[in-house]
Design a protein around this ligand. Structure first.
Ligand code: 3PG
Length: 396
């Protein structure tokens, strides 16, 4: 695909697909990381006297105009991050003539935010007619929303095919970083996969065992693997019906020479509650009434040893119930170790997906890895080896 410097931006109306789907509480943005990452691309457009016209979804308003999901509430954060005044352009995406007029009347170098693309059902249907209306508002298209690239929607897919198009600087950086994590990584590669459920990550695990040298499985999903190996897991979260799937994944790993690293000890509690009493057990002797809520110190040592042997780590999902103390200890210890090896130039570390970023922030190392993706679903699908429609459309 084209990069930003290969697209003529001078004096152009630039439709910039951003991901302004950021957390908001009481009308205020609570985490602006996704907006921060857009700043270099916006500056580049403004520098060339282009108009940066931001196009994004926000939440899931189900194809209807719904003030609760208006992007107007995100404009102030965009202005703060870019240091540039931001104009809001309302539209219902049925008739875009007023939006077109507002864009035409804005001065060169203006930064504008268009209303939520999901206010029209055609967005999620990848409707070519809606894409045409969007295209009528710009001269060129730039996609800087990797985190929405797994959606084949009008503003991420169909629109990219209608105008001269390029990847934005954040999209380019993200794809490069991910490539260094799994595409052409420095071997050996260790993947760390955690989170509650195996069921949401079967495709991920199946793909990873064919690509990495070691796969650490932690979090609730490790219990299903331990159960599949014949261990008792007490009252822990466990998808017993997926024991066969877990065994199949372990077999596949074995054939592909991928070492599966499971917990060997566990922090057990009898209540799913912060600071409830705990006891440490080996995984072959879990108390039948207890719940595994974190990995134990021997597991941490083993995982950190695997990280020491690796040149690349890719990480998705916490290895314990990190949002409750003291069950954050395993995730924090591993995060700090990954950060230290990265700092010492011994490791390339790439992390992303939902809870992972909060877990890294909780451990105080969010900015200490080689790359932390702000993407949730898109990061997962990319790790699953699936083509992302928003990236594919740029390659047309
Ligand atoms: C995300 O937050 O992961 C992206 O913005 C995509 O949002 P969606 O899951 O509502 O499509």
């Amino acid at each position: 695909f084209k990069t930003l410097d290969e697209l003529d931006l001078t004096g152009k109306r630039v439709l910039l697909r951003a991901d302004l789907n950021v957390p908001v509480a009481d009308g205020k943005v609570t985490d602006a990381t996704r907006i921060e990452r857009l700043v270099p691309t916006i500056r580049e457009i403004v520098k060339k006297d282009g108009k940066a016209i931001l196009l994004s979804h926000f939440g899931r308003p189900k194809g209807k105009v719904d003030p609760e999901f208006s992007l107007e509430q995100v404009c102030e954060a965009v202005a703060n991050e870019t240091g540039h005044p931001v104009g809001f352009v309302a539209t219902d995406w049925v008739d875009v003539s007023a939006a077109k007029k507002a864009i035409d009347e804005a001065p060169a170098g203006a930064v504008l935010v268009l209303e939520n693309t999901r206010f029209h059902p055609g967005e999620e249907e990848n409707d070519p007619e809606l894409a045409k209306r969007m295209a009528s508002l710009g001269d060129v298209y730039v996609n800087d929303a990797f985190s929405a690239a797994h959606r084949a929607h009008a503003s991420t897919e169909a629109l990219a095919r209608l105008l001269p198009a390029a990847a934005g600087l954040a999209m380019e950086a993200e794809l490069k970083a991910l490539e260094s994590g799994l595409g052409k990584p420095k071997k050996p590669v260790v993947a760390i996969v955690g989170g509650a459920k195996v069921s949401s990550k079967i495709d991920l695990l199946e793909n990873l065992v064919t690509k990495v040298d070691g796969l650490v499985i932690g979090g609730g999903m490790a219990n299903t693997f331990l159960f599949a190996q014949g261990h008792g897991v007490g009252k822990s979260l466990c998808e017993k019906d997926l024991a066969d799937t877990a065994r199949r994944i372990m077999d596949k790993a074995d054939k592909a020479n991928c070492a599966i690293i499971l917990p060997i000890d566990a922090v057990v509690s009898w209540h799913f509650k912060a600071n409830s009493p705990t006891r440490l057990y080996g995984v072959d002797a879990i108390d039948p009434d207890g719940m595994i809520l974190d990995i134990g110190p021997s597991s941490i040592e083993r995982i950190n040893g695997a990280i020491d042997d690796a040149h690349t780590v890719v990480w998705n999902g916490p290895v314990g119930a990190f949002e409750m103390e003291p069950f954050d200890a395993g995730t924090v210890a591993i995060a700090k170790h990954v950060a230290k090896r990265t700092h010492d130039d011994l490791l390339v570390s790439v992390a992303g997906g939902g809870d992972t970023v909060s877990a890294l922030a909780h451990a105080g190392v969010k900015d200490k890895l080689t790359y932390v993706s702000t993407a949730g679903g898109a990061f997962l699908e990319w790790m699953e080896g699936k083509p992302l429609p928003g990236v594919e459309a740029l390659k047309k």
